[in-house]
Design a protein. Structure first.
Ligand code: NDP
Length: 249
């Protein structure tokens, strides 16, 4: 993992921050993107990464994602890994017609991943190497009441990742989907309906595991020999039940 050039979206908190900490320990060369610049700078400073390691990025804008990736290549001469991690989870029942939440969820969780893929592919194709890690969810495998739109985006991430896997075979690019269950992060804060947020927080308080669990999965996928392609990792807290529901935790 040493010296691998890794771009991480959504590195300002939660899973992205945990992956950043883990990969910094392994001496990867990291370039971090998210909207909250102060938070990114604080992470970079704590790990002595330098201000150059940070690019304020909104993943709903292709130009900004491209700038993030271009910056990494300009700085380090190549890009080895992108972790398309930025996401939100504003659960609510469809009947509440939360159009803004639907739009944001699709823009960040689905288009943001596509933009990350689109930004790195020209470089990875040219290099004939690279690794694209997309963050899905248990909700990429199942849907429950209140989670339809989120689950649709996370199913979409898995479908896009599998299509990508088949397309990039000729270019020696690896693709990994990581699908976590409940992990303790700021994710429930993205829920705009207070009753739903309360349910999800109660579930997380009961079962969620620490964010370094995700970082370990990233490290496992990245540290395999070049000819080994870990296509998906699905993991949950041991105590999390099978069902996925935002309405009755
Ligand atoms: P957090 O809320 O802690 O982190 C979300 C990250 O996404 C933040 O760094 C945030 O940064 C970033 N982000 C949100 N919107 C944008 C945007 N428009 N542009 C750039 N960055 C953005 O939650 P998690 O760490 O849990 O979430 C990370 C991923 O993990 C998400 O894709 C989530 O769906 C997935 N996941 C999480 C699970 C969990 O239980 N925690 C379970 C399954 C999947 P900023 O606000 O600074 O832009």
């Amino acid at each position: 993992m040493k010296d691998k050039v890794v771009v991480i979206t959504g590195a300002s908190s939660g899973l992205g921050e945990a992956a950043t900490r883990r990969l910094a320990r392994d001496s990867a060369r990291l370039v971090l993107g998210a909207r909250r610049l102060e938070r990114l700078l604080a992470v970079a400073e704590a790990l002595s990464l330098g201000q150059d390691a940070v690019v304020q990025t909104d993943v709903t804008k292709f130009d900004e994602v491209k700038h993030l990736v271009d910056h990494a290549v300009k700085l380090h001469g190549r890009i080895d890994v992108i972790i398309n991690n930025a996401g939100l989870m504003p659960h609510s029942p469809l009947e509440r017609c939360k159009v803004d939440d639907w739009d944001r969820t699709i823009d960040v969780n689905l288009k943001g991943v596509l933009y990350g893929i689109g930004a790195v592919l020209p470089y990875m194709k040219e290099q004939q190497s690279g690794h694209i890690i997309n963050v899905s969810s248990v909700a990429g495998h199942k849907v429950g009441p209140g989670g339809a739109v989120y689950a649709a985006t996370k199913h979409g991430v898995r479908v896009i990742s599998e299509g990508l896997r088949q397309e990039v075979k000729p270019y020696n690019i690896r693709t990994t989907i990581i699908s976590p269950g409940a992990v303790a992060t700021e994710l429930p804060d993205s829920i705009t309906e207070s009753d739903v947020a309360e349910n999800v927080r109660a579930l997380y308080e009961r079962v969620a595991i620490p964010a370094f669990s995700f970082a370990s999965m990233v490290a496992f996928a990245m540290s395999q020999p070049e000819d080994v392609d870990i296509n998906e990792i699905l993991f949950r807290p041991t105590r999390q039940e099978y069902r996925a529901t935002a309405l009755n935790s």
